[in-house]
Design a protein around this ligand. Structure first.
Ligand code: ADP
Ligand code: MG
Length: 294
């Protein structure tokens, strides 16, 4: 069985909102040197909201079309679009959307009244040879440099709408990352499917060392494996949307308590209140517990 001091450590963790699944987890966690974080829903709350609207001339038509399509998607960006349209009384029911195609890592598309509607990132537009005008390009860069995500809507081959969608960074993230460094963490990494500029803006805001952006879920796992193969001991912290495989692959998988059921089940450690104080506490506790058993 686990050493008595480890069991005491687990009890202490539970009192502070951290679920640590077994004594062996304590030992492994104490030896972690690299923390790898998912962005959306982990470093941020995952509560997306439209905060900027750049409309290039179709009145509310392009927003109504986008809403009719995004109703069929459960992506956090789609939720923000639908919420925004509802709040502003946009009537999207006038468009019937029979089927929506999801384009992995890019966005969604559908046909409305014989017109192709594309909703997603710049890569999606590039795939369809849709150019952004100079003003549209600078609007997009402006949104991303603030750390907001962006959604581009093109109708019949022309960009009609760009939305800026913000998400709040969780409380105490910057302070917690500094404390973790003092406790012995050597390196912090962000992995995200979001675009490079948005990811870097958020990383700079909170003090993350390295950013890998525009990733597919399987590329997140590949980065975890790459850091492991370089001799690092990794804890991956995620919410389970797109990142459960990374939670399972890391030396220690840490799930946000508010994350998916799969994430919570697959993980070694659960931050019950999805708080960064809990992460600091868990790591500090592991260090202390292991020091006591030596
Ligand atoms: P992530 O959710 O981690 O960003 P995804 O692979 O789900 O990764 O999506 C990658 C990118 O594709 C998103 O960052 C976004 O730019 C775009 N995207 C995906 N789904 C949608 C959607 N329903 N509406 C708008 N954009 C989308
Ligand atoms: Mg996430």
């Amino acid at each position: 069985g686990a050493p008595v001091s480890n069991v005491a450590g687990i009890g202490n963790g539970a009192k502070n909102g951290v679920l640590i699944k077994g004594g062996e987890v304590m030992n492994t966690l104490a030896n972690v040197d690299t923390l790898v974080f998912d962005k959306t829903g982990t470093l941020t709350e995952g509560k997306t909201a439209v905060t900027q609207v750049k409309n290039y001339g179709m009145d509310n038509t392009s927003l109504a079309m986008a809403t009719a399509i995004e109703q069929h998607s459960d992506h956090p960006l789609a939720n923000a679009v639908v919420q925004f349209a509802n709040d502003h009384g946009i009537d999207s029911d006038r468009y019937s959307v029979k089927s929506v195609d999801t384009i992995k890592g890019r966005g969604v598309q559908a046909t409305i009244n014989g017109q192709q509607v594309l909703i997603g990132n710049a890569a999606l537009m590039m795939d369809h040879r849709i150019n952004l005008l100079t003003q549209q390009q600078s609007d997009l860069v402006g949104i991303q440099n603030q750390g907001s995500s962006s959604v581009i809507v093109a109708v019949a081959g022309k960009v009609q709408l760009i939305l800026g969608i913000s998400d709040v960074v969780r409380q105490n993230v910057a302070e917690s990352l500094q404390q973790l460094k003092r406790l012995g963490i050597k390196k912090t990494v962000m992995l995200t499917g979001d675009n490079q500029a948005t990811a870097e803006a958020v990383a700079n805001q909170i003090g993350i060392d390295t950013v890998h952006a525009e990733l597919m879920p399987e590329q997140k796992v590949a980065y975890v494996k790459k850091y492991q193969s370089q001799g690092h001991r990794i804890a991956f912290i995620g919410d389970g949307i797109n990142d459960s495989p990374s939670i399972a692959t890391a030396d220690i998988g840490i799930a946000m308590g508010g994350g998916t059921d799969v994430a919570v089940e697959t993980s070694d450690v659960v931050l019950m209140a999805s708080k960064f104080d809990e992460l600091v506490h868990a790591f500090g506790l592991a260090k202390k517990t292991v020091a006591n058993t030596k």
